[in-house]
Design a protein around this ligand. Structure first.
Ligand SMILES: *Cc1c(COP(=O)(O)O)cnc(C)c1O
Length: 353
């Protein structure tokens, strides 16, 4: 018997979540599948999300992989090219390139083809990560429109607070004021904006996290949004310990029993991608019942208090996140976000469809 941990990827859930996005917008949908599709597997996710109008990736090799697997959708490189010599592949595979700094326009100058490249000019409307400042948009547009290598131009921006109370109003106003001067397609919305701010939708929306079945909002659950978790991380209890009052658990003796209690040792640790900083009390599901983690997460194991699950024993089924226990809840308890947990799953965890 192999170690009992496995991750289940539910392609029907991915398709369901794409359908929820479809129902929320009339814009074209660019599915964000960077980060190995947020840990779900690039090709596995693309197959389930094949109804999307485009795919957004980071790595040009992923874009090529998708083309070679037969996907004909718009394929956007989210950070564009890092080097001028990538433009050959961009043209050959008909990829779309983000242009977020002037140097990337200069790269285009070295490309000999005519009207061969679709570019997405990224505007920094307040996030201050990537994109040209508002004052640089007009000169950049002028250069791109006059450029012999450029075919279509799309204007894009990215919101910093679409999932928070602050919202998108300030950034959206800056973006709309700039984009209003041109007749080109626009794209701004991530999952949170897609779900909450229809006036951001433009021509292309760019959902990521919602497609994987996690809510982008702290105050609205995935279930309330009709989303289904696409990733379920499962394992089993591999040992039971009977503790007396005063007994301690795990490295650093971070947990001390104040009574007799049973704990279960679960085959899942930080080498699988479970967050090591998850504190006492972080929830897991044991035989369908919530149970709190006790003690520090080890490389290959973690411990749970079985007080609320008296019949649990070696072989009992454990769900770390996914079906029955939203990854957002685990992330919140562990002081992180669902994105990081989903992306952080490691290669040694076997995948089952
Ligand atoms: C990752 C990403 C998205 C998707 O964001 P979610 O919050 O996962 O919906 C959209 N746009 C850009 C530029 C991104 O990098």
């Amino acid at each position: 018997m192999p170690r009992p941990i496995q991750v289940h990827i539910d392609q029907n859930a991915l398709a369901n979540n794409l359908h929820i996005a479809r129902r929320a917008t009339r814009s074209r949908i660019m599915a964000a599948i960077k980060g190995d599709a947020y840990g779900h597997g690039l090709l596995r996710a693309a197959e389930a999300l094949a109804g999307a109008d485009g795919f957004a990736v980071l790595d040009i090799r992923d874009a090529v992989r998708l083309r070679e697997a037969g996907y004909g959708q718009t394929m956007l490189l989210l950070e564009g090219c890092f080097q001028a010599d990538e433009l050959q592949l961009v043209a050959e595979y008909d990829l779309s390139c983000v242009i977020h700094r002037a140097g990337q326009i200069a790269m285009l100058d070295a490309y000999p083809g005519r009207a061969a490249l679709d570019v997405w000019l990224k505007v920094n409307t307040g996030m201050n990560r990537l994109g040209c400042v508002p004052a640089a948009v007009a000169p950049a547009m002028e250069r791109l429109r006059a450029h012999q290598a450029v075919r279509e131009i799309t204007l894009m921006t990215h919101f910093s607070c679409a999932d928070e109370a602050r919202g998108v109003a300030d950034q959206l106003e800056v973006f709309n004021n700039l984009a209003g001067a041109y007749r080109v397609p626009r794209s701004a919305a991530n999952s949170a904006a897609l779900l909450r701010y229809p006036d951001t939708h433009g021509d292309w929306v760019r959902p990521g996290i919602m497609l994987y079945g996690a809510s982008p909002f702290a105050d609205t659950s995935a279930q309330q949004l009709g989303l289904r978790p696409a990733m379920t991380l499962r394992s089993e209890i591999i040992a039971i310990q009977e503790l007396a009052a005063g007994d301690e658990v795990g490295y650093g003796a971070l947990f001390r029993a104040d009574r007799t209690m049973r704990i279960g040792i679960v085959a899942c640790g930080y080498a699988d991608g479970y967050p090591r900083h998850a504190p006492n009390g972080t929830p897991v599901l044991v035989d369908g019942q919530l149970a709190p983690i006790v003690g520090r997460i080890s490389m290959d194991m973690l411990s749970v208090d079985l007080s609320g699950v008296p019949h649990a024993t070696v072989g009992s089924r454990v769900v770390l996140w996914g079906e029955g226990i939203p990854v957002e809840n685990v992330a919140r308890a562990a002081g992180t976000i669902s994105y990081e947990l989903l992306c952080g799953l490691t290669k040694r965890v076997p995948v089952h469809l």
